[in-house]
Ligand binder design. Structure first.
Ligand code: UDP
Length: 357
């Protein structure tokens, strides 16, 4: 029986792991999960394990609230010790968080094959911590699963086809998650009753590039406040954003709620008029649920959404936000094109991993 150690720590990684863990269970793979603790609030972590039925972590490292270097370093040290004890056939990491890089480095240093799910994504903005994590993780991975053809092309441009690694265009496990949990959300979520508004825009803000510059954050808050005068804006506030807002600004006018579980989040996306976000995952989910998306960033790793007119990049510019809203409120799009695979990415990934190991 193959043994895989999966390293997760941040909210989007729990969502991705939920789909692949289910496949591993079906195929008889022995998967052990390490939770680094990067996200630790109950509504940023435990709720996902419970409602998405993710296997309980075998190890919980409780590492959080540290600067990037200290956080990644401590994770690396602890994960290395666990890998020396567990001696898995591979280490599996997701996405672009510090937990991703720490897990990949721990595996690579011990010559344990590293599997990266969500490989090949690039914004080419190396000042963002996520881009650093992506580039470095890809370079030390042995099996790379790309969610899009753009991601495969990015790796080719960087010369990965000259390396002794396996590269697949698998489609996106988040597409699988949106289909699987989309049905459950319809049955189980009561968020729409709780927020009390019928017609609304859903927004999220949490990227460091937006939260760490007071001017940038002030512009975004001002833009959302103005839009809220036209149509209610609902924001499940990331704990970091809430903390920074409390320190620096008076409270926003729009509707803020605590972070919600995935099923509630799906219902909010499904029923929203449009989505405004700086999140990587939420940009795609807006598309999966047939909503246009205004991206509060200068670049995106999901460039096909912009190229095909489903989303637009506005940075933190208030006027551009309002213009985009105007354009999208008059636009209809066909969201049926399969930019991220057909929902079978996790089955394909699990099968390929077993074939290779
Ligand atoms: N999400 C959630 N509840 C929330 C906000 C986001 O379940 O209150 C989900 C969202 O649907 C997406 C994932 O968390 O699947 C995105 O995580 P985040 O925005 O933190 O990270 P990113 O995708 O930018 O790395």
């Amino acid at each position: 029986m193959k043994k895989i150690v999966t390293v997760v720590g941040a909210r989007p990684q729990f969502i991705k792991a939920a789909m692949l863990s289910r496949q591993f269970k079906l195929l008889g793979v022995n998967e052990l999960i390490i939770h680094t603790g990067q996200h630790f609030d109950a509504n940023m972590s435990a709720i996902f394990f419970d409602e998405m039925e993710i296997p309980k972590p075998a190890y919980h490292l409780d590492i959080h609230s540290l600067p990037h270097g200290a956080m990644t370093g401590r994770m690396l040290e602890k994960i290395e010790k666990i890998l020396q004890i567990e001696k898995p056939d591979a280490v599996l990491v997701y996405g672009d968080a510090n937990s991703t890089l720490a897990g990949a480095m721990a595996g690579a240093k011990l010559n344990i094959p590293v599997i990266h799910v969500e490989a090949g994504l690039r914004t080419n903005n190396m000042s963002a911590p996520e881009e650093v994590n992506r580039v470095l993780t890809d370079r030390i991975s042995n099996i790379l699963f790309c969610p899009t053809t753009t991601a495969v092309d990015n790796l080719e441009k960087e010369g990965f086809n000259q390396l002794p690694v396996h590269i697949f265009n698998s489609g996106d496990v988040m597409k699988d998650a949106s289909l699987y949990y989309g049905e459950k959300a319809q049955l189980k979520s009561d968020i729409l009753r709780r927020i009390g508004v019928k017609k609304f825009i859903l927004a999220t803000i949490h990227r460091q590039e937006n939260t760490d510059s007071p001017e940038t954050l002030r512009n975004i808050i001002a833009g959302l406040n103005e839009i809220h005068k036209q149509i209610p804006v609902v924001v499940p506030l990331h704990p970091r954003t809430r903390q920074i807002l409390a320190q620096q600004y008076s409270l926003p006018n729009f509707i803020t709620i605590d972070p919600v579980g995935y099923l509630d989040m799906i219902m909010l996306m499904k029923k929203s008029e449009l989505v405004i976000t700086d999140s990587g995952g939420v940009q795609k989910e807006a598309f999966f649920f047939g909503k246009h998306c205004i991206i509060l960033r200068e670049q995106t790793e999901w460039i096909e959404l912009v190229e095909n007119g489903f989303s637009t990049l506005v940075g933190s510019n208030k006027e551009k936000m309002k213009e985009a809203l105007e354009v999208f409120s008059r636009k209809t799009s066909d969201f049926s094109v399969e930019l991220f695979g057909n929902g079978s990415a996790s089955a394909m990934i699990a099968k390929e991993i077993i074939n290779i190991l």
